[in-house]
Design a protein around this ligand. Structure first.
Ligand code: 5GP
Ligand code: ZN
Length: 136
């Protein structure tokens, strides 16, 4: 996907206005237009990468460093009880904008924000197979 077709490329470049919390040569940090909670923040690289698998590892590290800063700021200023730092890769994983981004979502005890999953079980057979196949 080219810059002109990608809304986050255009936002990150400043072609489309956004509520910007931080900007440098590599990133723009903005408020999500459809927040899960007040203060929901997005970390966007200025260069287009569809997902975490496509992105250079160093840049992923820098993005998560910014996510940490945003989380700390939310805790300090909003007084939230917790923060979700998460990002989706691929439609099956809930990604809707196919330009890498990290969500930083302030959380309060008892809030109705939903980012969870129903825990399954790890069978012994799966465990053995996956230790073999997924070891890094
Ligand atoms: P995803 O589902 O891809 O992980 O998250 C996409 C996020 O981008 C959603 O939370 C959505 O509200 C947000 N979003 C989509 N379009 C815009 C936009 O034009 N501006 C801003 N600030 N956020 C957007
Ligand atoms: Zn893009």
């Amino acid at each position: 996907m080219s810059d002109q077709n990608c809304i986050f490329c255009r936002i990150a470049a400043g072609e489309i206005p956004s509520a910007t919390l931080f900007e440098d040569e590599k990133f723009r940090v903005i408020l999500d237009v459809g927040p899960a909670a007040k203060g929901h923040t997005l970390i966007l690289p200025k260069k287009h990468y569809a997902n975490i698998m496509e992105m250079p590892p160093e840049l992923v590290g820098e993005a998560f460093r910014l996510a940490k800063k945003a989380a700390e700021k939310q805790a300090e200023v909003l007084g939230c009880d917790g923060v979700n730092v998460l990002q989706n890769n691929g439609e099956a994983a809930g990604q809707t904008v196919f330009h890498f981004h990290i969500h930083v979502i302030p959380r309060f005890k008892g809030d109705k924000v939903s980012v969870g999953w129903k825990p399954g079980t790890l069978s012994d057979a799966d465990k053995e197979e996956l230790i073999q196949s997924l070891s890094l």
